[in-house]
Design a protein around this ligand. Structure first.
Ligand code: GLY
Length: 406
């Protein structure tokens, strides 16, 4: 395997990227062994929250939310690895990370684990209860198809894409994100990440119906999800006639704030739309979002606070996952943009920060996760300043993209 051979050379070095890859591979292998046989996948670490801190971050005097198990773990679980089932939106990231780690090292043991954990997700092909199917199946089976093609994998991808497009409403021009909540037809910016699965399904089948829906979704989102300064709302809900019902946040500081991961999903998603369509509207848009991110992230190491509008300070939780998604997105954007160098340099700055001891775990620590200091959903008291499986996935993807550019 050519890619693995190239990267193995780097691996032998003592540079930051070699260390990042070695650490990731060791952590993933260790975790795979420990989780094997549970039928579950690693997601994060159980942590609680401090209500005073939450109120401070959110600029509110009091807060009411329904504690999820994730927000308030039992004492004996605190600090321990949390697992998720195959229908969780993050289920594809661990198998996907194993695939990337295999690609980056050529280690056959990682491939074996990647195949095993990918196969666990097979029943998801019959599921249509969320827009997150793109994350779940694209990151697992999508990478499996790339690195170990088989018709059975191809079929899972196409069946899943069919289920994903069943959530598309032609009147509204979007794929419905969630089936919970009081919204009429909620669409979240994260949904841009599910379009890659549709582009892939069109390439695999030669049928443009998947791609056409992805483009409609991207165009409707471009029209309604962004403010004049190219920051994005998190949730836009639509009326049945396609008019906007509400613009809100779910995981950000407030309805008008810029939730860090949402901005990262946006730049990554529109870069992918340009890659797949060649339409320069998407490239221009992705560049505007990237420029906004680079001017709005104020931390010295380029790892954003969990929300760009959160009160900045040494105790403000960071979101390494947003940084990893941004780095990966910018490493693709830099190959298309006329002024690509600035995106490349910024992405490398992020990657070096993530690969430093401030964010990269020591082998055997961090409950087997690769990166520390991400934030899942602060307003819900959930997964604050913890590792997250998707931070690890996009960190690995970004390292792969970085090495491909080199
Ligand atoms: N897609 C959910 C999240 O980014 O937290």
């Amino acid at each position: 395997m050519a890619a693995a051979a190239t990267i193995s050379c780097t691996q032998k070095g003592t540079d930051w990227i070699g260390n990042g890859i070695r650490t990731a591979a060791a952590q993933l292998e260790l975790t795979a062994e420990e989780v094997d046989g549970t039928g579950m996948l690693p997601r994060s670490i159980h942590e609680g929250y401090d209500m005073t801190d939450l109120c401070m971050q959110l600029g509110r005097d009091s807060l009411t939310f329904k504690d999820s198990l994730r927000a308030r773990p039992a004492a004996d679980k605190k600090g321990k690895r949390s697992l998720c089932g195959i229908y969780d939106w993050t289920s594809g990231f661990f198998p996907g990370s194993l695939w990337y780690a295999y690609e980056l090292t050529g280690d056959e043991k990682l491939k074996e684990e990647a195949v095993k954990f990918t196969n666990l997700l097979n029943p998801v092909r019959y599921y249509d209860g969320t827009h997150d199917l793109g994350f779940m199946i694209g990151c697992s089976y999508g990478n499996a198809l790339r690195l170990s093609p088989a018709d059975t994998i191809r079929n899972v991808i196409i069946e899943t894409a069919d289920n994903l497009i069943s959530r598309f409403d032609p009147e509204i021009g979007c794929i419905r994100s969630w089936d919970f909540g009081t919204w009429n037809f909620p669409v979240i910016i994260d949904n841009m990440m599910n379009l890659d699965l549709l582009f892939l399904a069109s390439r695999l089948t030669g049928d443009d119906k998947y791609k056409d829906i992805a483009i409609r979704h991207a165009d409707t989102t471009m029209k309604n999800h962004f403010r004049d300064d190219y920051t994005s709302w998190h949730v836009v809900s639509y009326n049945d006639d396609g008019t906007v019902e509400r613009r809100q946040t779910h995981q950000g500081k407030d309805d008008n704030s810029s939730w860090a991961r949402g901005q990262a999903w946006a730049v990554y998603g529109y870069t992918a739309c340009f890659r797949e369509t060649g339409d320069s509207t998407y490239l221009d848009f992705a560049e505007h979002i990237a420029d906004m991110i680079m001017s709005r992230v104020t931390t010295e190491d380029a790892i954003p606070y969990w929300d760009y509008d959160a009160p900045a300070g040494p105790d403000t939780p960071r979101d390494a996952s947003a940084a990893a998604v941004t780095a990966s997105g910018l490493l693709e954007l830099c190959t298309f943009a006329a002024d690509g160098r600035k995106y490349y340099d910024y992405a490398v700055k992020i990657l070096k920060s993530l690969s430093s001891p401030a964010y990269l775990a020591k082998v055997g620590e961090n409950e087997g996760f690769v990166l520390m200091h991400s934030t899942g959903s602060l307003p819900h008291g959930s997964e604050i300043d913890v590792p997250l499986n998707y931070a690890d996935y996009y960190y690995l993807e970004a390292m792969k993209r970085y090495l491909s550019l080199k």
